[in-house]
Design a protein. Sequence first.
Length: 110
Amino acid sequence: MTKPKSDVLQGTLALLVLKTLAQGPMHGYGITLHIQRVSSDVLRVEEGSLYPALHRMEQLRWIGAEWRMSENNRRARYYRLTAAGRKQLAEEEKNWARLTEAVAAVLECA
């Protein structure tokens, strides 16, 4: 039985969102589209996961947010990376590299 794609994101959502916002400010739907497109539809972020994560990252001051008009003339909340968020992104990337190296080592050993 394969795991649902959303389980794969557990623990990596902050990294994916911070890396996405390093490209520039985006609204929530834009963030989900970017992650889905860049991952060739392998990763899909559901609203029920994204918005609580965005709220948490905003409270931690990793991201800032403001209301703007979107490209289709609708009011949307745009998120941007802060200086603290750039610092956290670097930390998350180091942690991810360490984790993937450890998993690769276990897989090569077996």
